[in-house]
Ligand binder design. Structure first.
Ligand code: AMP
Ligand code: FES
Ligand code: ZN
Ligand code: ZN
Length: 345
């Protein structure tokens, strides 16, 4: 799957051979730069640091408190490692893992163990929240609810049932922000990567979802009361490059994907973008760069002029576009449906 070693076009020596006297082990797909292990790790770290600084994501020399959303997957494990490497002292970093209750292949339990162990190794304080303890149900329960609804051929005209990953996203986003806000964090960092971001971008584009298109970017939720700014330092690093970084830096991570995510429509889109990348080298990177430089500011201006989330939810008091926030509506709808279908929680 990866190009390291054995790739016929890979030059034998690192581009900086005069410095390192080392063979090349990997060729960066979009730039065709062939590098040794050490120079590859440095290259990724440099690109991450440049984005953090360019976008003023966080400032180690100020009174910053950074929360990394840690899932145990390769992206957030690599992110934790790079942040600790770039800022060994001076930056207050902690991690939060959300236990979502996905029992297939022991997914949630193993993810939590991997994330916790790595944070202990890096000396990063680790926090864990459990969705079911907090809200009474988890993702497996939502899966059961979906199955029952389908079995009985129930249709909900208002607010039809969505896939598990969609609910999961709403729960995670809300819980991470609430925890960060209530515990005085000034910034939340997630491991979102270039491949996932361009896939999401194309999905939003095909749906002409201007609200999502406006929000897309390496930095979000700045200057909105009760929303802690969210940053994505790996925004311009592809999934393959992150996997290679994890491999060469020997970073432990959970290799399996969430079992429910194999059904999401974005998987096909991701495959299509990969095929385009095969004949348009660097397509994803230039798409993301150009979109955020040229189109996103225009869409953001248009959307924000008539719609803003500066109201506060009548139930929880967190920001919302309408009267009730999406999270509170979701919890109310699901709680009601669990009761209607008499699903034991
Ligand atoms: P995903 O939406 O699963 O691709 O995850 C994107 C990012 O969200 C990850 O890189 C993490 O930073 C964060 N994240 C995902 N799942 C969790 C979780 N269970 N707990 C904390 N953060 C998470
Ligand atoms: Fe959480 Fe699929 S259910 S990512
Ligand atoms: Zn080298
Ligand atoms: Zn609310």
């Amino acid at each position: 799957m990866y190009f390291y070693l054995g790739r016929s076009s890979l030059p034998k020596s690192c581009k900086f051979f005069s410095e390192c006297k080392s063979p090349a082990v990997y060729q960066i797909p979009h730039s065709r730069l062939s590098l040794c292990r050490q120079h590859y790790l440095k290259n990724v770290e440099k690109r991450v640091k440049e984005l953090i600084e360019k976008k003023h994501m966080f400032h180690p020399d100020r009174d910053e408190k950074l929360l990394v959303a840690a899932s145990g997957g390769k992206d957030s494990q690599v992110l934790l490692s790079i942040i600790k490497k770039l800022y060994p002292v001076g930056l207050d970093v902690e991690a939060l893992y959300i236990e979502l209750g996905i029992s297939q292949e022991n997914y949630s339990q193993d993810s939590g163990i991997v994330a916790r162990k790595f944070c202990e190794e890096l000396n990063i304080p680790f926090h864990q929240l459990n969705v079911k303890d907090t809200y009474g149900f988890n993702i497996d329960d939502i899966h059961q609810l979906n199955a029952e609804v389908e079995d009985r051929k129930w249709k909900f005209d208002k607010d039809p049932m969505r896939g598990e990953c969609s609910y999961c996203g709403t729960l995670k986003r809300y819980m991470i922000n609430k925890f960060a806000f209530e515990n005085g964090f000034t910034c939340v960092a997630t491991g979102h990567n270039l491949t996932d971001e361009t896939t999401q971008l194309m999905n939003n584009f095909f749906n002409m979802d201007l609200n999502f298109l406006a929000k897309s970017g390496p930095v979000a939720d700045v200057h909105i009361p009760k929303l802690v700014p969210r940053v994505k330092p790996l925004f311009f690093i592809s999934e393959e490059e992150i996997a290679m970084y994890a491999y060469f830096a020997d970073i432990a991570h959970l290799g399996t994907e969430c079992a429910y995510s194999t059904h999401v429509p974005n998987i096909q889109l991701k495959k299509a973008l990969k095929e385009i990348e095969d004949y348009r080298r660097g397509n994803n990177l230039s798409l993301a760069r150009r979109y955020h430089k040229i189109m996103q500011p225009v869409i953001e201006k248009a959307v924000h002029s008539d719609k803003s989330n500066d109201k506060l939810c009548s139930v929880c008091g967190f920001p919302t576009f309408g009267k009730k926030c999406k999270f509170c509506k979701t919890i109310a709808v699901l709680t009601d449906r669990f009761q209607q279908l008499k699903i034991e929680l």
